[in-house]
Design a binder for this molecule. Structure first.
Ligand SMILES: [Fe+2]
Length: 319
């Protein structure tokens, strides 16, 4: 979502009136050039599933995850019906479920349209996040089996209270899984803590950091360039982040995104994943403090977030 300048503006955006504002923004984005990334297909190693990447608005990602043979599919965060419905028709898939990471309109505004176009489709999301057209409420630890897709639900509060990251299990142990991380985890960054605390976000990061390093990361926005620019300033000794910032710009110039990254990539360059690394301790270090390591790391995370807000005020949505 666009970065609100105040809590009042955020309250408006998340209201039903904000829904119509979102639809207005979609029309405006279509007139001013639309997405900055071109759509593409990504065969997940293992040969069973493919991810169709459908960019929309300016920098939002909607995903269609399908079985290559049966064409059974789930859709993740259909924010813009005008872009996702034609993409679904062209792909000739059968939509069985919609996975909603969180309530913001730039992730959930197409749920009603999906329910109308695909009668009986399961609309999945957290009951604590006011998800439109919700039919299948889920919470942390729930496992969804949808055709051949086995998906674990991971509660990741911080951006919103009911934010869920969906972890698609690998088809075989030697193949990578995928996470659809919404506005919790971006390439090189994380969504703003609109309705959560640094401790909430720390918990979310803790849960994602534990996943296999090969896990593919599919975020809700293309924010790699501004995020890695920030890391290059925050941690100039991080060669992978500095190089990643350059590559992200080169890819944007070709209308290519920086997705998917992997959990291994994020462990190397995402500061919200790296509060254990010691690199950032000086940001908030209290000399002589012998314990409360967790609280210290939460404070480090909060300080990184504060600096990011200063680094790019009002520049990018929810980032
Ligand atoms: Fe959001």
């Amino acid at each position: 979502m666009d970065r609100p300048s105040s809590s009042r503006r955020y309250a408006f955006y998340t209201s039903s009136a904000g829904y119509y504002y979102h639809r207005y923004q979609l029309r405006k984005a279509a007139k001013t050039g639309g997405p900055i990334i071109d759509p593409f297909e990504y065969p997940i190693p293992g040969g069973l599933h493919t991810v169709l990447v459908v960019p929309n608005r300016k920098d939002n990602y909607t995903y269609v995850v399908l079985n290559n043979q049966t064409r059974d599919a789930v859709v993740v965060d259909p924010a813009d019906p005008a872009s996702i419905l034609p993409a679904i028709e062209k792909a000739n898939v059968k939509v069985l479920a919609v996975l909603t990471t969180h309530k913001h309109h730039d992730h959930s505004a197409g749920n009603w349209d999906m329910a109308q176009h695909f009668p009986g489709v399961a609309i999945v999301g957290s009951p604590t996040d006011n998800i439109p057209s919700l039919t299948h409420p889920v919470s942390h630890g729930d496992v969804l089996t949808i055709s051949t897709l086995v998906i674990h639900c991971i509660s990741t509060p911080g951006h919103t209270p009911g934010h869920i990251v969906y972890h698609l299990q690998p088809a075989a142990p030697e193949h990578p899984g995928s996470i659809f991380s919404g506005d919790c985890l971006f390439v090189g960054g994380s969504g703003q803590m609109f309705e959560g605390t640094p401790a909430d976000m720390y918990l979310a990061m803790e849960r994602l950091r534990e996943l296999s390093g090969s896990t593919l990361v599919w975020p809700g926005h293309e924010y790699a360039s501004p995020n890695l620019d920030f890391v290059a300033v925050l941690e100039p000794s991080n060669a992978q982040a500095v190089e990643g910032a350059v590559k992200a710009k080169e890819r944007l110039a070709r209308r290519e995104g920086s997705i998917p990254s992997t959990i291994t990539d994020e462990l190397a360059w995402n500061p919200y994943f790296r509060v254990h690394a010691g690199t950032f301790d000086a940001l908030v270090l209290v000399p002589g403090q012998p314990e409360a390591i967790r609280q210290h790391r939460v404070a480090v995370l909060a300080e990184i977030r504060r600096q990011k807000n200063v680094f790019s005020p009002g520049l990018t949505g929810g980032n």
